[in-house]
Design a protein around this ligand. Sequence first.
Ligand code: NAD
Length: 484
Amino acid sequence: MVSRVIPVDPFDLVIFGGTGDLARRKILPGLYRRFLSGQMPEDARIIGAARSDHDDTEFRAMVGNAINEFVDRDKQEKATIAAFLERLSYIKVDARGEEGWKELAGKMRKGVVHAFYFSVGPSLFGDIAERLHAYGMADAESRIVVEKPFGHDLKTAQALNATLAKHFDEHQIYRIDHYLGKETVQNLMAVRFGNMLFEPLWNAQNVDHIQITVAETVGVGGRGGYYDKSGAMRDMVQNHMMQLLCLIAMEPPYAFEPDAVRDEKLKVIRALDPVDPDDIVRGQYCEDEDGPSYFDDVENPDSRTESFIALKTHISNWRWKGTPFYLRTGKRMRARTSEIAIVFKDPPHSIFGEQERQKANVLVIRLQPNEGINLRVTIKEPGPGGMRLVEVPLDMSFKEALGPEAEDIPDAYERLIMDVIRGNQTLFMRGDEVEAAWAWTDPLIDGWTDRGDRPKSYDPGSSGPEDALMLMHKDGRRWREVKA
Ligand code: NAD
């Protein structure tokens, strides 16, 4: 397969928070990989802007170290790294004051794309938008990239949308959800809408239920202070898992274009039923030999914030009425895995007798590890002995199916940043989508807060609290195993 990397237009990209963790681990190494692939043009420039004192040389050294640490060894080419670092400069900017802004405005070139990545805490988003406007950088051609969390609830998300809208049109605002940048997530759309095979079955008549699992093995670690104010519902469900659910459940958009896709996603969120409190299980991990308990990690012995959540919801529309969607996510679980499983109904009648009842087909979209798509089908067990049935996976691992080309799949961040430069918002959340997601989430959080519910404890290395298993057992179903 021939690589089809098309260079983007020349750009000036300013990364506010250019010295922070996200910039070091994801954004800057990702940009280097795009430079290496030939997608980032030679005359593109990246300007780090943060509040610490650095000069260009120090910033380049920091980025050089980040590349060394976070880019695969076989992609670290000395001459290319040097050429990439040449594209970088640094300005000390105070988001809350006036320092550095005039100099930054003076640095922006005319006639190239201007993108501003807000890789700072959300409390600074308004200040930065305000100053970009005040210093003449919020022109019609500029774009801003906003990191999560986008609000803490509906009210704060609305306020944030209103603040950004003062200076930028919706088509200039790129709310990033890196799950949408994952190759498999886009493949979900390719599989659904590029094949005749699946779409006719994609409904409540044929799908028994859908499971979405995002399991992590790590605890909240050094982010305890932030996490304890947020919890799994706000940190994972309201944004990432909601986006996955939308892509599975939405109607076919008329085109793979930003508003066509986002309109369909919005309809799904609006059709989500409120969740019955009995269909929500929250958990907090205990201590074990590998790490402290959730309480110790967040240094709050009375915390009622969940590090795990499982819930069942329904979508009230013609396509999905009656098909439950089960979502679960947690920290310190058995394995690091993210997947969507579409579990089809059993065939209506077994011609092979009760002994040989065939199991339901399951289509699994695996986000990590080993991105790929897998369809479980029933076939005849080979050999003599009559008609015995066996299940086999039809497995499409991208690495195997696409060969070396798949090795160069851009990571979610790098793909999304290139989309920003191209001006393509398809894989970014629109303001009304984010608000609708909060409007669904808020009453659930208010409900358990008002009731004073305490999360159940669960063992690290497990698949969450026992009650989460019951959530499906009581419906005669079971979760798929959490395994790497
Ligand atoms: P960080 O604390 O590591 O870095 C913050 C950056 O902001 C630093 O460069 C700092 O100099 C700069 N900064 C702080 N105050 C400033 C001011 N007044 N003026 C100018 N610059 C200032 O944070 P991070 O982990 O890189 O996260 C950045 C954003 O990305 C946050 O909104 C976070 O929620 C989001 N995010 C981070 C991750 C991650 O993996 N780190 C993942 C998803 C989203």
